[in-house]
Design a protein around this ligand. Sequence first.
Ligand SMILES: Nc1ncnc2c1ncn2[C@@H]1O[C@H](COP(=O)(O)OP(=O)(O)OP(=O)(O)O)[C@@H](O)[C@H]1O
Length: 300
Amino acid sequence: MTLLTLSHLTKRYDGHATGPAALADVSLTIAAGERVALLGHNGAGKSTLMKCVLGLIAPSSGEIAIAGHAQGSPVARALSSYLPESAAFHPALTGREQIRHFLRLRGEAASKADGLLDRVGLQGAAGRRIGTYSKGMRQRIGLAQALIGAPRLMVLDEPTSGLDPISRREFYDILDELAENGTAILLSSHALSEVEARTDRIVILSKGQQVTEGTLNDLRRHAALPLTVSMIPRLGKCASLANAFPEAQEEHGALVFSCAPDDKGQVLERLAANTERVADFDIHPPSLDDIYAHISRRAA
Ligand SMILES: Nc1ncnc2c1ncn2[C@@H]1O[C@H](COP(=O)(O)OP(=O)(O)OP(=O)(O)O)[C@@H](O)[C@H]1O
C-alpha cells in the first residue's frame, strides 16, 4: 500500500518568485514498511519537502496524499508524525510526564505512556527529569512522542545527528521494528554510511531538484563508478603479483586497483589464475559516500 505520494511538488517561498525554487517538480511515493532516506547538501530542500508533507507549509503547486488522503486533511494529519532534528522538552518534566501530557493533547489515554517509553527503551528512566537525559535519551523521548497515535507515516529530520554509534544503531533498530510493522519512514540524514546500511531507498535532492532516486544498487548502476580490488600477496610473491597486475598500486601492504563494473568477471578470472600469488582479496563496490559525491558533482 502506498502511504505517501508526492506529485510534481514545487515550493517557492514568498518573496522568491524568481530564481530557483526551494523544491522543483519533485515526485515520490513511499510504501508501507519502506524506509526512505532523503539526502542533499545544506539548502537542498529536504526540510522544505518534509514541512510540505506534514502540512506545515503549503506547496506552490503539486499534490501530496497520505494513504490517499489529501495532505492537510484531518485523516492525513492523524496518520503522520514528525520528529524534528532537535526536539525541545521541558527539562523539569519526567519522561513519563512529557509523554502523558502529549497523549492527552492528542486525545489519547495517558496510561499508554509507559508502553511507549518501553518501546523506545526508556522504561528505566521514565521517572527521571528530562533535564538529566543524554542526547540519545532525548531523541528516544522525541521518538516516543512521534509514536503517539500509531502513525502510519513517520517523518524524521536528521534523527541521529549528535548520537554516538551505539545510540544510532539502537535508534535504527527501533525504526526497523516500526517498518516491519508497516510504518513508512521518511528520514533526512547527512550520515551516509548509516543510511547505506539501514534504509531501503535513497532520494537525492540538489538545489530543490530530485537528481536521483532508487535502491543503493540502482544508484550504483546509475553512477557506474569503478569497483576497488584489493589483493594481499602471499609471502615473497609481491613482485610477481605486481607483474601480473601492472595496473595495481601498493597501499599499506596490499596491491590495489580499480575496475569497471562490467569487468568484474574478468578480474575474478585473473585472480583465480593467480592463486599461488594471492593470499587474500576483496572487491569493494563504491560506497554511498562515493556515489553521493559523484552525483552531487554531476548535478552541480
Ligand atoms: N522560510 C523560508 N523563507 C525563504 N526561503 C527559505 C525558507 N526556508 C528555507 N528557505 C530556502 O529554501 C531552500 C531550501 O532550504 P531547506 O531548509 O529546505 O534545505 P535543507 O536541505 O533542509 O538544508 P539543511 O540540510 O541545511 O537543513 C534554501 O535555499 C533556503 O534558504
